[in-house]
Design a protein around this ligand. Structure first.
Ligand code: XMP
Length: 525
């Protein structure tokens, strides 16, 4: 195991993912964790991440007392990256000063002779790396030596092979350091002699046996399927472990896309054989949303309604089984877990508060269900890999994200007004189908149409029309936190707009949203 101590760098997750991509399991925990916590993981390598702090500020986060001694006793290797390197230098008796010449951005470094961290053969090698630091190393403790220098003569890498301490002043994990992965690979496999063997199949086996061990044979489990990748993969995995003691519910809230209910139910039942009940609650949802125009209000109503439907499902089940379901499956992912406790001062927000609205609904508190979160150590792309092993159809795994409140946040204003939802469904289907036909679906993070509660004048046939305007939105993004609008070719947009106006009654104008996030959000509400 490679354990990453997180000091708040924006790249910490990336280090974890890069190492996993080398088939080595890595976990990330808060950099201020206790020695007991760190040692309980029994890591072969510990990486101290970068971070926005200076080792000179009194409240800067650091590793616990006794860590360096423990590492030496047990033979654990330690690599500090940027701020992590400063921690090693300062805590082991060297000196870090506030840098006179701060180094930000791309920079060339030169590898010194006999460097272990880069390999004996790399002496004199020049490589471009990504630096981002203010403080600099001015004196090394006994036993340490400089392994590389920057073009300005600053310390770019250090090492103490005898004590197995290493440090890189730059970020090897980012693509702006083109040889960074090579260095990480060399460090892990040649210096630390870590064995690559971590595979998604092992994760699957481990999760299944953990579930079998946790649950007693009488325990029943419930799961709300949203039609998204995470809940589907989580449910499929749990189903593999406990069979039909899993009970899934899929709620049609009347705010789904064109034929969504039929399409996802087909995948759940035909492809995945999941035991799933489809509850048609569209009437309940839409009647509560009548006349509501405030976006937050819409979200609240939908969340509350969802909980009550879910509650009713669980109570019916209890009647049927004669016992209360004990567990709830949730498709929580690793970034949510890490972000739920970012290191102090990291400036990273609790994306939890942002993500909490991504769940299908809240957890009914009085039901006292225990959680099963089989994906909680995985990143999104790893969930897709796992889904593939579980035979979730490829097309399903690549679906664009869809918000819990569904089309309610894509019909601006009152969603129940006229036939807004129907119009939107048809427009959205034409847009998405055209994107798929053009082979663009996988290059886009999310694409959808928005129904605007305004009418404009048009002319269709010989008739003057006064019909609705719809907007098309397509963005690229890594994680939905920031996004760029997608550049379609004019010909494509022209075709889509024509098809929409020619085939959807009530629409005579199509516009494209060309704002990025920020300042806009991806959704319109
Ligand atoms: P925004 O609009 O905040 O969206 O830029 C970022 C990502 O989150 C999705 N989103 C939601 N997902 N419930 C969800 O499950 C919501 O209330 C919600 N609001 C936004 C959005 O589709 C995008 O992928």
């Amino acid at each position: 195991l490679v354990l990453i101590l997180d000091y708040g760098s924006q790249y910490t997750h990336l280090i974890t993912r890069r190492i996993r991509s080398l088939n080595v399991f890595s976990l990330c925990i808060n950099g201020t964790s206790s020695l007991d916590t760190i040692t309980s993981h029994n890591p072969k390598v510990v990486i101290l991440s970068g971070g926005p702090h200076s080792v000179h500020s009194p409240d800067s986060p650091t590793f616990p007392a006794g860590f360096a001694e423990w590492a030496q006793e047990t033979g654990c290797f330690v690599l500090g990256i940027c701020y992590g390197l400063h921690l090693i230098v300062q805590r082991l008796g060297g000196v870090v000063a506030v840098g006179e010449k701060q180094e930000y951005g791309r920079m060339e470094i030169v590898v010194e002779e006999d460097s272990k961290v880069f390999g004996d053969k790399s002496a004199g090698d020049r490589q471009v790396v990504w630096m981002s630091h203010g403080d600099e190393v001015v004196k090394l403790a006994d036993g340490f030596r400089v392994a590389a220098r920057s073009q300005q003569g600053g310390v770019a890498a250090i090492e103490n092979p005898e004590k197995r301490f290493y440090g890189l002043q730059y970020h090897p994990e980012v693509t702006h350091s083109p040889k960074g992965m090579e260095t990480l690979r060399h460090f892990l496999f040649k210096v630390c002699r870590v064995e690559a063997g971590w595979k998604m199949e092992d994760v699957l086996d481990a999760e299944i046996s953990a579930i079998k061990k946790t649950l007693s044979p009488e325990d029943h489990v419930i799961c709300a399927l949203s039609g998204g990748v995470d809940s589907t993969v989580a449910a499929t995995l749990v189903h593999k472990a406990i069979g039909d003691r899993l009970h899934c519910v899929f709620v049609d809230n009347g705010l789904l896309r064109y034929k969504e209910r039929e399409r996802v139910m087909e995948t759940f039942e035909r492809d995945l054989h999941l035991p799933v009940t489809c509850v048609d609650a569209s009437h309940e949802f839409l009647s509560k949303l009548k006349g509501v125009v405030d976006p937050e209000m819409k979200r609240k109503i939908i969340g509350k309604e969802f909980i009550s439907i879910f509650d009713a499902f669980a109570h019916d089940l209890e009647q049927k089984l004669g016992t209360k379901p004990a567990y709830l499956v949730q498709g929580t992912l690793y970034p949510d877990v890490i972000e739920s406790c970012p290191p102090p001062g990291s400036g990273r927000t609790h994306s939890h508060t942002i993500k909490s609205h991504h769940n299908v609904g809240g957890l009914p508190k009085d039901m006292k269900l225990k959680l099963i979160e089989p994906l909680k150590l995985l990143f999104k792309d790893e969930v897709r890999q796992l889904g593939k092993i579980l035979n979730v159809p490829e097309g399903f795994l690549k679906r664009h994200p869809f918000p819990g409140p569904g089309l309610a946040v894509r019909v601006l204003g009152d969603v129940t007004e006229g036939n807004a939802l129907d119009v939107l469904r048809q427009v959205d289907e034409i847009f998405i189908q055209s994107i798929k036909d053009a082979g663009l679906y996988d290059s886009i993070w999310q694409a959808f149409a928005v129904f605007l509660p305004v009418r404009s004048v048009g002319v269709q046939g010989d008739q003057r029309t006064h019909s609705h305007v719809v907007a098309l939105r397509a963005v690229t993004s890594q994680d939905g936190m920031t996004a760029d609008w997608y550049y379609f070719e004019h010909k494509f947009l022209d075709d889509v707009a024509r098809r929409i106006c020619n085939s959807v009654r009530g629409v005579n104008r199509v516009v494209q949203d060309i704002t990025s996030k920020p300042p806009s959000t991806i959704e319109w509400e």
